[in-house]
Design a protein around this ligand. Sequence first.
Ligand code: 2P0
Length: 316
Amino acid sequence: MKSYVYSRAPINIALIKYWGKKDEKEVLPYQPSISLSLDVFETHTTIKRIEGPFEFTINGLKDEDMAKQVKHFLKNFTHGNLDQISVATTNSGPTAAGLASSASGYAALATAANAFFETKFTLSKLSEITRKGSGSAIRSLLPNCVKWDVDGLIYPIEWSFPKAKMGIIIVSDKKKKISSREAMKISILTSPLYDHWVKQSFKDAKHFETFNDKHQFSELGELIEQNALLMHQVCETSSPKIQFLTDISYQIIHHIQDKRKQKTYEAYVTMDAGPNVKVLCLKDDMQTIEKDLKQLGHDIIWSNIDQKGAVILNEV
Ligand code: 2P0
């Protein structure tokens, strides 16, 4: 066992979404998903030996519920007592607001634990453990563009748009009302669109790879926007209705679609389990988009595609 390990992991935003588990226990998804790791928000996690009982802090504060989850997760790395260990994690973005903080969180924790307990798990074993913390966290283990396939494993995709940028428009940074885990269970059981969604996801993942290989940005943009909107239709046709997008989210979405039709700029939207809207565009359009959204009353936070993935920054 080491005495100190410090790791980091990026958030990731799915362009082809994961929404449903065909195996709850193993966290195997019903559909392939594809994401971009982003370097704008990240999680930094320290595990170290201390005198005294197990300690966990997030952004400097104790959180008993999360402490229990973290302790449970660490059992994947050690059968030993977890006393005299402290885990401190900091998110540089809002926690649990649909901005993938649990993804970067579990990827950073799994990476740190693998080094701290000297388990030396391979990427596929580490993936298996990480996705049990949070499904989407598996994609934050790798940089750049990542496919999480229905076999439960991750595969790097060579992203072919070096000029692509993602922007995040924060509609609200409040904690979400329902967890994704609960929400997707409800969708599987009640949405009349669920079967269609699964079939469409397979087609979308295939088309994504084709458009990426052929450098067809506009086709890829339309595809990812439709994929996100269908996921939200699945949520909104669930019973009880799962409403992540607010009127403001829809106002932003429609505005960006209109500007695209008018050829003012070319941006495509994607939204996750929260009201925030993310845009995919090319560098040349950034300034115009930013100015336009400012007039609408919204700021945009730009991100590059992450090139590091989940890594150890320091260890003793
Ligand atoms: C995704 N989301 O592909 C989709 C799109 C939200 C919308 O993965 O139950 O926190 O831990 O596997 O990964 C969020 O769900 O859920 C998510 P669990 P997770 O990014």
